[in-house]
Write a protein that binds this ligand. Structure first.
Ligand code: GLN
Length: 470
């Protein structure tokens, strides 16, 4: 079986034409996982027995000639920071080592209700804190195109699971780029839906006003199928947006593309810029109108994103204290020691740094200076981005200004470099709009991605556009 060119439609056709069974498919994916997981470090827990049991049910259904649901027998992976009944949900963190959730996240539940089969949970930076999986307590996920480079982060395992053909699609979580950047580093598609379009219920929260759940896949058709299943109003997440509003906004035509001048100046790898410019030329030849814009608030984006994300994470992560979930420090007699030692061991260095930063930014006397200021900058960014989106259908940017980071145990990836490289992805996150990574080529044999930014609830339009681009 060639796992490389599979997609949902092809798999269903093969099931119906009896070219292979669902059990064969699952066995093939697990063979592939066995072969490569120790090298690439993609999965943090696997679901083989349950997956094979479910495959048997699907095979019986096919044998009886029953109609298939949209995802019957389609194997998928889920990021470790999203709760699933099967497998562990550890958020890439020691503090949740061995944690088993008692429910499925809404997005996962919807996929399972359509017959999808969970293959396993994928590695990520602990609690989504990072861009390379170097902050995972379970090790770095390697790039599918080079074992010496990272797969990206924080949903690095999700992107690699798809790019290395160990499942048909993946579910990731994106707070400031965690679906798009690893999708770009691994040469696949990844959609960050508008804030509120997919329920966050069951996502282990990083930054609640920014977190989104979305799909990663090898092709746009699968992204579209999965997105349409997982989106929608959910009574368990009050921030989900009414479907009514979505219909009103969807019927617009595709013509104008905006690019942002500030994005193409400092810090962008010239080889990525070259590839991006060539793509723009191609689109222009194909009849798209390209217009340049300024987004002066770009300079505030990374700082305000990290202030807001760290502030929210410092609050969200206070629940991990050794009492309610997961790990508890052993052999302590005093309550305070239990808290201290649990958090000291259970949280990664990066997570502790972010909790301290966020607590400081929210503390009395400093909240106005830091947190509230960051919120004002966020409003400005949102306004400026929306103003551009009133004049064009989409904004195109490179997804990352840098190539996948080299894994070098001696020279650590510099944290400042990593934060700054989030510049293009944090802006749509702060504005709550949707954006999608599409692969556009290679530099030094490493994948490069382009980001399509659309307005709030413009997912359909963005997906259609990506399909036109091919
Ligand atoms: N790299 C960004 C961060 O570390 C984004 C992470 C994410 O989207 N979860 O915050």
């Amino acid at each position: 079986m060639n796992l490389k060119d599979l997609n949902i439609k092809k798999i269903h056709n093969s099931f119906l034409n009896k070219e292979y069974s669902c059990t064969d498919l699952i066995n093939n994916y697990f063979e592939k996982i066995n072969e490569i997981n120790s090298d690439y470090n993609i999965y943090t827990s696997l679901n083989k027995e349950n997956a094979l049991n479910q495959a048997k049910i699907i095979d019986e259904k096919i044998a009886k000639g029953e109609v298939l649901r949209k995802l019957d027998g389609i194997p998928f992976s889920v990021k470790d920071s999203i709760c699933t009944l099967e497998c562990k949900s550890q958020a890439g963190s020691n503090i949740l080592k061995g944690f088993e959730a008692t429910y499925n996240a809404t997005a996962v539940e919807k996929l399972i209700n359509e017959g999808a089969i969970l293959i396993g949970k994928t590695n990520c930076d602990s609690f989504g804190h990072g861009s390379s999986t170097k902050n995972s307590d379970y090790g770095i996920t390697k790039n599918p195109y080079s074992l010496d480079h990272v797969a990206g982060g924080s949903s690095g395992g999700a992107a690699a699971s798809v790019a290395l053909n160990t499942c048909t699609f993946a579910i990731g979580e994106d707070t400031g780029g965690s679906i798009r950047e690893p999708a770009s580093f691994c040469g696949i598609y990844g959609l960050k839906p508008s804030y509120g379009r997919v329920s966050r219920y069951g996502a282990i929260a990083y930054g609640s006003s920014l977190d989104t759940i979305g799909p990663l896949a090898n092709n746009m058709l699968d992204i579209e199928i999965v997105q349409k299943i997982i989106e929608g109003l959910d009574e368990k997440d009050a921030t989900t947006i009414e479907d009514k509003k979505i219909i009103e906004l969807e019927n617009k035509t595709v013509k104008k593309i905006g690019i942002i001048k500030e994005f193409l100046d400092n810090g962008l790898d010239l080889r990525i810029r070259d590839l991006f410019d060539k793509k723009l030329e191609e689109y222009e030849t194909n009849g798209f109108e390209i217009q340049e814009f300024h987004l002066p608030s770009t300079k505030y984006a990374v700082a305000s994103y990290y202030l807001i994300a760290c502030s929210e994470t410092s609050s969200n992560l206070s629940r991990f204290d050794g009492v309610k979930f997961g790990f508890r420090a052993p052999n302590v007699t005093k309550l305070e020691d239990m808290y201290l030692q649990t958090k000291e061991y259970g949280f990664s260095f990066e997570t502790k740094k972010r909790i301290i930063l966020g607590t400081y930014a929210l503390s009395a006397g400093y909240a106005d200076k830091y947190y509230k200021k960051a919120c004002s900058a966020r409003s400005l960014i949102k306004q400026e981005l929306e103003d551009i989106l009133k004049e064009v259908d989409f904004i195109l940017t490179p997804t990352s200004p840098v190539l996948p980071y080299e894994i070098n145990p001696i020279k650590e990836i510099d944290p400042m470099t990593e934060y700054l490289a989030d510049i293009y992805t944090v802006i749509p996150s702060l504005a709550g709009v949707c954006s999608l990574n599409v692969p556009i080529g290679f530099v030094e044999k490493l994948p490069v991605g382009m980001q399509i930014i659309g307005g709030v609830l413009d997912e359909n339009k963005v997906m259609e556009f990506a399909k036109i681009l091919g």
